[in-house]
Design a protein around this ligand. Structure first.
Ligand code: ATP
Ligand code: MG
Length: 320
């Protein structure tokens, strides 16, 4: 299994639950494992009954298992400050206010949230040397996909900006020193250096996601979730990322044959419907179903988490 493992899927289907359960399983197999949560609801803290912050913290009562929670709003704020600082260093004092205004506007656009979160994501991947495995509970499908599209998008964008910037410097130097003087090298240019640094960052991200990451999708046995899963599989494939398996969650338990009454009839009918959905999943997708987890009476935490971990048919082998 790859070093980085992602559990994607629609909102509320059980991504945090599955990511945490897989983390438990991976740690139990002897791998130093970090579970990274990116949802604003702090659900990893609920699962493990412990507060987590922006740095990996050991989970009490669990060996080899760490968790951290990335707060998306804080990331946007941090990204904003960081960008202002990086650009502010490079322009005249008179320009700083104008640039700050522009950057603030840019951070209110819809993609800014994903961009900031993605940066942090990649940061975590880059600095995860101390861990054998890192498990992400990704944001709901649509946003995640846009997030994963950023490397390609920005690469092209940065290339174009770099060429423009090179031309600008070239023209400036022609004007300043005339055509006969030796050209100053452009390597010292701070804006270009910044652009190249960002490009390398996103190249690393794309490469790592394609070569060192495995993706699983969590799906509930209903039509909406199936459709969403289909779209997610295709969306990921468009990015050169293939989904390894489907984890089905929230299956309805079947009543015993002797049980009668309205409740039992309802459950039986519901189980039938879900069987059809499961069949669609098994026959209509190339990916194997790697888990069929029933709905529990209570939230999945504590011992229940170990039960769910045991139901996950996802390998935990050490990354190559
Ligand atoms: N099989 C299950 N049985 C009972 N409760 C479950 C089951 N799976 C998940 N839950 C509960 O449902 C809630 C949502 O699950 P979870 O937080 O894992 O979903 P999510 O996909 O991460 O949601 P979000 O999109 O909001 O991040 C949690 O309270 C969790 O404990
Ligand atoms: Mg979640």
């Amino acid at each position: 299994m790859e070093k980085f493992v992602f559990f994607g899927g629609k909102g509320g289907v059980g991504k945090t639950t599955m990511a945490s359960a897989y983390g438990v399983k991976s740690a139990a197999a002897g791998l130093d494992t970090l579970v990274v949560s990116t949802d604003p609801a702090h659900s990893t803290s609920d699962v493990f009954d412990q507060q987590f912050g922006d740095d990996p913290a050991a989970i009490e009562g669990r060996d080899r298992l760490w968790a951290m929670e990335i707060d998306p709003d804080e990331e946007v704020e941090h990204h904003l400050m960081e960008t202002k600082r990086a650009l502010g260093d490079q322009v005249s004092a008179a320009m700083v206010n104008e640039i700050d205004r522009q950057i603030e506007m840019a951070h209110q656009t819809p993609g800014a949230y994903e961009a900031a979160l993605f940066d942090r994501f990649v940061d975590v991947m880059q600095s995860a040397d101390g861990f054998d495995r890192v498990v992400f509970d990704t944001a709901p499908t649509g946003g995640t996909l846009r997030l994963l599209g950023l490397p390609e998008f920005l690469e092209g964008w940065i290339d174009r900006l770099t060429r423009k910037r090179e031309r600008a410097i070239d023209l400036y130097e022609k004007a300043a020193v005339g055509n006969n003087e030796p050209r100053r090298v452009m390597d010292g240019d701070p804006i270009l250096a910044r652009l190249r640094e960002r490009k390398a960052f996103f190249e690393y991200a794309g490469e790592t996601l394609r070569e060192e990451a495995a993706f699983f999708l969590v799906v509930t046995p209903d039509e909406l979730s199936l459709r969403e899963t289909r779209r997610a599989v295709e969306g990921l494939a468009d990015r050169g990322l293939s989904v390894r398996g489907l984890a089905v969650n929230r299956l309805t338990p079947e009543p015993e044959p002797h049980e009668e009454g309205r409740g039992a009839r309802y459950l039986r009918a519901r189980v039938d419907t879900e069987r059809d959905r499961l069949r669609e999943l098994r026959e209509g997708f190339d990916q194997p179903v790697v888990a069929s987890v029933e709905t529990r009476v209570e939230e999945v935490k504590g011992d229940l988490l170990d039960d769910v971990a045991a139901e996950l048919d996802v390998g935990v082998g050490r990354p190559a």
